[in-house]
Design a protein around this ligand. Structure first.
Ligand code: PBG
Length: 331
């Protein structure tokens, strides 16, 4: 390639000649500090339970969860997101606000073990706790009721705050969820507990394997399109993000990650709070399945995907590869 009409000729390959040159000019680098590990913990099981559509991922017991978190600390991973799977479900998701529910127990057990060396984030959503599998309460006609759900999210957030969460992560995509949670955290004297908002969360088919991980099925073959965003809408995602920042989100998230790099990049340009992206269950499962067949080089593809997500503008990445990548980086 020659530069347009100028001399000397510009030859970009000069800077690619040796590994040291390539390291010198690399614009993006994944560090262990960028990683957030999602972890599942299930009530009333005696043994960790493998998630078949997510090889390498398990539903933890409290004991195995504590072990997994201390390994992550050793590897230098700074944060985890906890997802609870209760033994019982009902219409209002009452397990979600039980102070002795699985997530509060997990928060206390992990905090006891690792102290402040790990940021403990909790997913704040009802779908794991409701018998109908929706992220909110249903009204008499079976529709997801926005404002009634906000009260449940607020209670859930303060319940997690009381058990020691550093950040709560509302993921239900109800309108006004960040404002509602922020006011109740403040009212209940948890001003230091922050909010990582699932701000631009799309109604994605890439969440398929996650539903195995949390044993959730939406009743009557329903879906989440009346609350999660249409994958066709990039501009609308920016509206959602702006609202969440205005409502008090400390960090915002785009989810899924790789199919939504355009959204990540635009969000990064527009806001000054930290931006996270969630490489979701389906993104993970695709790599695992292809690698299991010998069709892709798993660590290379995982790392390249994370570099792409970071290059697009995400400063933190929620990824099921967190432990493996952290090991890889530590070599
Ligand atoms: C909702 C929630 C979901 C995920 C994270 N939080 C599922 C959904 O919205 O249906 C998906 C994460 C993944 O696929 O890895 N509690």
């Amino acid at each position: 390639m020659s530069s347009i009409g100028s001399f000397p000729e510009r030859r970009p390959r000069r800077l690619r000649r040796t590994p040291a040159l390539r390291r010198l000019v690399a614009e993006t680098e994944i560090s262990v500090n960028d990683l957030i590990a999602p972890l599942f913990v299930k009530e009333a099981i005696g043994q960790p339970n493998p998630v078949s559509s997510m090889p390498g991922v398990v539903q933890h017991t409290l004991e195995s969860l504590v072990k997994a978190t201390s390994e992550l600390v050793t590897l230098g991973v700074p944060a985890v997101v906890l997802f609870g799977i209760p033994a019982h479900r009902d219409a209002t998701g009452s397990g979600a606000t039980d102070p002795n529910g699985i997530v509060p127990l997990a928060l206390r057990a992990v905090r006891d073990e690792v102290g402040d060396s790990l940021v403990l984030i909790t997913d704040c959503c009802l779908d794991e706790y409701t018998d109908h599998g929706h992220c909110g309460l249903l009204d008499a006609s079976g529709r997801v009721a926005n404002d009634a759900t906000l009260e449940r999210y607020s209670e859930m957030a303060t319940c997690h705050a009381a058990a020691g969460a550093d950040l709560v992560a509302p993921s239900g995509m109800m309108d006004g969820q960040v404002r509602a949670i922020r006011s109740s955290l403040d009212a209940e004297s948890y001003p230091d507990v922050g909010i990582l908002a699932y701000a631009a969360k799309f109604a994605s088919s890439f969440y398929g394997p996650f539903r195995d991980a949390v044993d959730v099925e939406i009743a009557g073959g329903g879906d989440r399109r009346s609350y999660q965003e249409d994958p066709a809408n990039g501009r609308e995602a920016l509206v959602e993000v702006a609202l969440d920042v205005a409502e008090g989100a400390d960090m915002v998230m785009v989810k899924p990650a790789l199919p939504y790099l355009d959204v990540i990049s635009e969000v990064r340009r527009r806001v000054d709070v930290p931006v996270a992206a969630y490489q979701v269950s389906g993104e993970y499962a695709m790599v695992k399945a292809a690698a299991g067949n010998g069709w892709l080089d798993e660590p290379a593809v995982a790392l390249e995907s994370l570099v792409a997500i970071k290059r697009a503008g995400a400063g933190s990445i929620l990824t099921y590869f967190a432990r493996d990548i952290a090991r890889e980086l530590g070599r």
